[in-house]
Design a protein around this ligand. Structure first.
Ligand code: CAA
Length: 283
């Protein structure tokens, strides 16, 4: 079945990025969130990035307008009725995702694939909330979505080959390179990335180095585009903590224990760029 309308749940930093790449690939997009304020902010971010693309000569103002014209927004999940494929990019909270998928299972036609951009929650656990576990799959984009080339495609136990192939091809249509992962906590990307970020926080906690030195070591010594503490600020410290908790409890292995300093920052509301303060300060 041809995918013409792509549904995105959540207009936050991941959701609006996913909506942008889907619309740029020529699909009609319906993006939902719980408030018009979140939707306006998400659409505002897309508009800003597209305008920057026009200024840089990457595409024309007409092309920008056409992309924006393909994106509809709504605060009513029922509007996902129109979607031929859905990706959920809501907050990383299991109970919330369970509710969304139970609702989507009622709203969307039975052939529609329901995917999740979860960073670490087992796809099988989400799939079991629905009556279509064969049509549940992980479609994990990286932040910032318009820039990062990877989409991690995660197969759960019951995911059908047809669902997998459709998702894989869709990632390619979006101009991304897919990589296949199996359904274990953190999948591949965060199973490797989060312990690195956590260890950087432990280095800060133990006074091994100052924040700038820790990041400089990884930037210049390992050729990473940004240091792990700056990257944690970009991802969101609450998200990093939530992912680490899922991996830690999922394997019941102390090697994934979140650093107490990370927890302390999250408890203080120092969540990174989005709150103006994390390991660094932002205007
Ligand atoms: N949104 C969209 N585009 C952005 C952007 C953003 N937030 N930030 C930067 N860009 C674009 C810029 O417009 C620029 O585009 P052009 O090349 O067309 O001019 C390009 O990216 C490069 O930007 P800059 O020159 O300003 O800065 P940079 O070269 O330092 O790149 C970066 C910025 C792309 C963020 C780079 O530092 C980087 O790749 N960092 C690592 C990001 C990363 O590891 N992401 C994965 C996080 S983990 C994850 O997402 C999964 C999870 O589950 C937690």
């Amino acid at each position: 079945m041809e995918i013409k309308t792509f549904g995105v749940i959540g207009a936050g930093q991941m959701g609006n990025g996913i909506a942008q790449v889907a619309a740029m690939s020529g699909l009609n997009v319906i993006m939902t969130d719980i408030s018009t304020e979140f939707l306006e902010r998400g659409l505002g971010n897309i508009t800003k990035l597209l305008t920057r693309g026009v200024d840089k000569g990457k595409f024309t103002a007409d092309e920008k307008d056409a992309v924006l014209g393909r994106i509809k927004t709504s605060t009513d999940l029922q509007d996902m009725q129109a979607a031929d494929f859905v990706v959920e990019a809501a907050t990383e909270n299991e109970a919330l995702k369970f509710k969304i998928f139970k609702d989507l299972d009622e709203i969307c036609a039975s052939h529609v694939i329901l995917s999740t951009n979860t960073s670490s929650i087992p796809i099988g656990r989400i799939a079991s909330q629905t009556k279509r576990p064969d049509k549940l799959i992980g479609m994990h984009f990286m932040n910032p979505v318009p820039v990062m080339k990877l989409v991690e495609v995660i197969r759960a136990l019951a995911t059908s080959d047809e669902t997998f192939d459709t998702t894989w091809e869709l990632a390619k249509k979006f101009g991304k390179t897919p990589a296949e992962a199996n359904d274990y906590p953190g999948f591949i990307a965060n199973r490797i990335l989060m312990p690195m970020i956590n260890e950087a926080v432990y280095c800060l906690y133990h006074g091994v180095g100052k924040r700038e030195d820790i990041d400089t070591v990884m930037k210049l010594g390992m050729n990473h585009p940004m240091g792990p503490l700056a990257l944690a600020d970009l991802i969101g410290l609450d998200t990093c903590l939530a992912i680490l908790e899922t991996i830690y409890s999922g394997f019941n292995d102390s090697k994934y224990r979140p650093c107490p300093l990370l927890r302390k920052y999250v408890e203080a509301g120092w969540l990174g760029r989005k709150t103006g303060r994390g390991f660094y300060e932002y205007k």
